[in-house]
Write a protein that binds this ligand. Structure first.
Ligand SMILES: [Zn+2]
Length: 99
């Protein structure tokens, strides 16, 4: 599996993280974002465990980081990230009672 830096919303970057597991990719991507883009990413472990919001690195640019982390988790299909995106409401199927 692989993940492009541009998929996370970083424009004009060709970096691609490749690995066998989401953990490998998150680790490479965090390192890359820190070194090349000077983004204060939370630890890879925290991202994988969905505890990144508790990381002390957050400052005023928390929202940018949040977007990147969420895109990363979505792209890698990491579980337990459904709190913010509940499934669409289901509508009852059948004739309306007034028909
Ligand atoms: Zn990049």
């Amino acid at each position: 599996m692989e993940l492009k830096c541009s998929d996370l919303g970083v424009a004009d970057c060709d970096f691609v993280a490749k690995g066998d597991t989401p953990g490998d990719i998150v680790e490479q991507m965090v390192k890359h974002l820190r070194e090349e883009h000077h983004i204060d990413m939370p630890e890879p472990d925290k991202i994988l465990e969905n505890q990144w919001a508790e990381s002390p690195v957050f400052k005023e640019d928390k929202e940018d980081i949040e977007v990147i982390v969420k895109r990363m988790r979505q792209a890698l299909d990491i579980d337990a990230d459904n709190e913010d995106t509940p499934p669409p409401p289901r509508f009852a199927v059948g004739p309306a009672p007034w028909v």
